[in-house]
Design a protein around this ligand. Structure first.
Ligand code: SF4
Length: 401
């Protein structure tokens, strides 16, 4: 087992200050990826162990814009194997999701079986505590142990908007190499001293990138997600793939395609300021020259999410972004059903966070932080709970009445 995280050197990055990025589009996920990778010197893969880290962090189909398209991963496997590499796929999903079920649902499992490519549940082994020596918000991470077994790490995210980080691309996708619920820890950090104007989650992602940065980024824009990403937005077909050996540069180009600038994505801006990669388009050579034909502005994350749930009163006192995400996703997926269990035209009161003193008697309590108020109320445990647990708790409470 190696003792260092695969970041120190990147053999694919020949000019650190002037990276190149390949964009291919219009040919479907497999051909787009194959064409983009054909411009990378994959002879460097010979004899290497390569870990592909797609986004298979949720139960979703590959046309949903939530998870990575299996044919993008298939093209990467075929290209890397042809170059003489040993390839495996690894993931640690969000809390409450079983890795192997997520692989099945998104089509990666079937594709990997066809190719006899190992699928790793990176939550199975005990994690390694890895130092983040120059971290501002975090000083260590709980790293999935499997990551250390590979020579080359390839991030294969989906092109998505994100309610907390503006966009999620190849750098943010590395959060799925953090073990089990330690991912949630990044959502619960106090304000970072010296960076009080930034969300600590974003500071922490930039910190994470100092020790956990992929050697290659393959950004899947077959079907991205606009609006309320990372999982409650709308699918956005782009039919494009972006490949680069500087993941910051690749993310920066993907941002352009989405109608954003990388400076608007705090973890990319902060990471580039720390010298972790290039986001300045003037310094990035992008192929082919007509790549701007792919630009398809994505809808932004709505600013006031409660507008979508006018009959719902959300009482949020000092919650963290993990519970906020859970609640928003819950309302999006189960909001309609939820209203069936409450008297018509009565506002539904939902509490999250740990700062509540007095709560309305009928408040629905979500997350362990609200436990102290559970007497006589519907309480959903978890930190955070998953949406299905919330709807199940409501169903049970109503059945008992
Ligand atoms: S219960 Fe919710 S608000 Fe409280 S720490 Fe856990 S995720 Fe955050």
């Amino acid at each position: 087992m190696k003792k260092t995280i695969p970041i120190a050197t990147n053999p694919f990055l020949t000019d650190i200050d002037h990276p190149t990025v390949q964009v291919r589009w219009g040919q479907g996920p497999y051909e787009n990826t194959k064409a983009a990778l054909s411009k990378i010197d994959l002879s460097l893969m010979r004899g290497k162990r390569v870990l592909l880290k797609p986004n298979a962090g949720r139960l979703a189909s590959e046309d949903s814009g939530v998870v990575t398209n299996s044919q993008v991963v298939a093209a990467a496997i075929d290209a890397f194997r042809a170059a003489g590499a040993e390839v495996a796929i690894g993931e640690s999903p969000i809390v409450g999701i079983k890795t192997m079920e997520a692989y099945e649902q998104c089509g990666l499992a079937m594709m990997a079986r066809e190719r006899k490519c190992p699928l790793i549940d990176m939550d199975e082994r005990k994690p390694e505590i890895a130092p983040v020596p120059n971290g501002y918000a975090i000083q260590t991470i709980k790293l999935c142990a499997d990551v250390q077994d590979f020579d080359i790490l390839v991030s294969i995210p989906v092109m998505k908007m994100h309610m907390h980080t503006v966009a999620t691309l190849s750098i943010k996708n590395m959060k799925g190499c953090l073990w089990r619920r330690s991912k949630v820890d990044l959502h619960m950090l106090p304000l970072t001293k010296g960076s009080e104007k930034e969300k600590s989650l974003n500071v922490a992602i930039a910190d994470m990138a100092t020790v956990l940065r992929p050697h290659l980024a393959i950004i899947d824009g077959t079907v991205g997600m606009e609006g309320l990403g990372p999982s409650a937005g709308a699918p956005k077909p782009v039919d494009a793939v972006v490949v680069g050996s500087d993941p910051f540069a690749a993310d920066s180009v993907a941002c352009q395609i989405m109608g954003l600038t990388a400076e608007e994505v705090p973890h990319l801006r902060m990471g580039s300021e720390r010298g972790l990669g290039i986001i300045d388009l003037e310094k990035i050579t992008i192929y082919p020259s007509n790549w701007k034909e792919t630009i398809t502005p994505f809808d932004r994350v709505p600013e006031n999410l409660s507008i979508q749930f006018p009959n719902t009163n959300i009482m949020d006192k000092h919650s963290c972004s993990a519970c906020q995400s859970t609640l928003l996703l819950f309302l999006k997926r189960y909001g309609k059903e939820m209203f069936q269990y409450f008297p018509e035209n009565t506002p539904i009161n939902i509490a999250i966070g740990k700062g509540h003193k007095n709560l309305l008697g009928n408040a629905l309590l979500i997350g362990n932080c609200t436990r102290a108020h559970k007497e006589g109320r519907t309480f959903v445990s978890g930190c955070p709970p998953v949406g299905s647990a919330i709807i199940n708790a409501i169903r049970e409470a109503r059945a008992q009445k």
